[in-house]
Design a protein around this ligand. Sequence first.
Ligand SMILES: [Zn+2]
Length: 322
Amino acid sequence: MALGCVPAQGGWNDEELARRHPALARDTEQRLIDAAPYFAPAEAALQLFLCRWSRRAPIGVSLPADASAGEQRALRVALAAWEGAGLGLRFTELSSRPAQIEIDFWQAERDPFTVSGAGNTVADCRLTGGLSRESASEPGAPAVAAELSYASIYLLREGVNTVGESVPYTEAQLAGAALHELGHALGFPGHVARGDSIMVRQLEVIVRHGAAVLDGHHFDDANLSALYALPSGSVVGRRAVDAGRLSVLWRIGERALEEGWQGPYVRVGERTAQLHWRGPEGQLAVLLERDWVGALRRPESFDLLPNRVAVSLLVGTGLDRN
Ligand SMILES: [Zn+2]
């Protein structure tokens, strides 16, 4: 793999990938190894894996309700560019929600989080086999049953210049930001350390790609092509963890199944990772690893923090047993 002298950013090594997919490992353009891995529990271990969308059906996408004609054009050009990028994906624009990929403009007064750079994206990977000790994959399995099921993208409408003034984004900036955030939404968590990829952090590279697709140039990306050359759920490594640390996972997995909650979904962020389930009234039971980057390097520090909904789901276990 094209590591050169730039260390891998994803927290895993490519031995397993190289063994199973030698052609991919020889592809010097791609830096899949910079992608943060998703995780699924196995007996006393975490399986690290990559997740992508299925090609079975077009992916439903909703555009921001308040997008101007120019903004709509930039977003549609970005979607069309990814459709033409050789991943085998198709999108279908939906006029109502929920959609599988929801695109919005971030608004300070409405959205209680901050967005910087090109925007902000979460992409949820569903463990399609549910989560229980019985259904957990064998520690040596080549793949876990998982595919992306939902992504939310927040884009910025304006940037700030060097003297602190707000400056509306150009169509090229918006198209570039949309291309980049869609790259995250399609299953690439994290950024590549170098190259001409849309998945770098450098805004000038991202804007250049945006301008190019608006001009009708062909677009593709070696990193996403590499991801879509693999089966979804491909295991790229594992970490031994204390079985006791996973017991909360099995318990909540069982409870969620009993209560008919949907999930689990795995989400990987810039620093954190989480598993969550969705209840019948939209409640979200979350188990959060606050330092996923650190836990990949020091698996003994892996620790899942439940939110209040998760605790009440778990407390239900205790009551059932009485
Ligand atoms: Zn990014």
